[in-house]
Design a protein around this ligand. Structure first.
Ligand code: G1P
Length: 299
């Protein structure tokens, strides 16, 4: 992979979000809020912070809410302007800051994550790019996870995949990498497998939804047969990529919340509330009193 700036970020957002029904009957899961922003906004902010200026959303033909959210809201802006609500105006204008381009691509069929990424081929073209899965929300006090990864990719010219250690009994929920010989945060990936059973897993190092990959991945995705769950898996194309291009596993600084699950969404809400400059105090008190109340009920 050529060592160059990562400008383009792909967001696969075509999933049905069935785990969050009935909420996701009309609201895409990427639009579920964590405190005051929808999940997708956290991923977008992380990509922009990492230096990306072209955001590619892979959606399905029924999902208009994500595109509507990033569209300019003329009427609302006019109303807020007239009412002198400068702060709120700033908030909705900064959903997509100046100089950032959003492109929407429709995935014609739900054939899996690998297929969704392949839909970005024409827009990404011949340069390394990032993929962010908005379900994986990464909270960090310093640089965001993708910025940390982009710094490494831009310095090394390698592909980079975010990883974290998970309990062995959870390997069936993740792509799992074999990356022996870690030095600091980075280890070269020797093998990768999608959702293995614990006794088949090469390690307990799980893929988190942040990738920086060379454009070679598109040709490999075109050749990838259906894999786990009958879907075209990004992991299977990455396994082929390992033979032609170096890819590093990267242990990022930060805490990842799996917002594809109920508990992960709740955990993220609690964390961001406790870290919010205005809500932190009241949120702490509210949580304490809820715990106290439940404690009273239980005894
Ligand atoms: C996807 C990937 C998997 C990765 C996970 C991270 O799985 O296929 O390799 O570990 O995201 O969140 P999904 O969670 O979409 O089933």
């Amino acid at each position: 992979m050529r060592a160059q700036r990562i400008r383009k970020a792909v967001f696969p957002v075509a999933g049905l979000g069935t785990r969050f029904l009935p909420a996701t009957k009309t609201v895409p899961k990427e639009m579920l809020p964590i405190v005051d922003k929808p999940l997708i906004q956290y991923a977008v902010d992380e990509a922009i912070e990492a230096g990306c200026d072209t955001l590619v959303f892979i959606t399905n033909r029924y999902k208009h809410a994500v595109a509507d959210y990033f569209d300019k809201a003329y009427e609302l802006e006019q109303k807020l302007e007239k009412a002198g609500k400068a702060q709120q105006l700033e908030l909705i204008r900064n959903v997509l800051p100046p100089g950032i381009t959003a492109i929407f691509v429709t995935q014609p069929e739900a054939l899996g994550l690998g297929h969704a990424v392949l839909c970005a081929k024409e827009v990404v073209g011949d340069e390394p790019f990032a993929i962010l899965l908005p379900d994986d929300l990464i909270w960090s006090r310093g640089d965001g996870a993708l910025k940390q990864m982009a710094d490494h990719a831009e310095a090394s010219g390698h592909g980079v995949i975010a990883v974290q250690d998970v309990p062995l009994e959870q390997t069936r929920s993740y792509g799992i990498v074999d990356a022996p010989g870690f030095e600091g945060q980075v280890g070269r990936i020797k093998a990768i497998v999608e959702k293995p059973a614990p006794d088949q897993a090469p390690s307990n190092l799980a893929v988190v939804g942040r990738y920086i990959l060379p454009p070679t991945i598109f040709g490999l995705l075109e050749k990838t047969p259906r894999g786990a769950g009958g879907e075209i898996q990004l992991t299977d194309a990455i396994a082929m990529l390992l033979g032609v291009s170096p890819v590093d596993a990267f242990r990022f600084h930060g805490t990842r919340f799996d917002c594809g699950t109920h508990l992960g969404l709740i955990e993220a809400t609690v964390r961001y509330a406790l870290d919010h400059e205005l809500l932190s105090g009241p949120a702490r008190e509210m949580m304490q009193s809820a715990l106290d109340e439940l404690g009273v009920v239980e005894t």
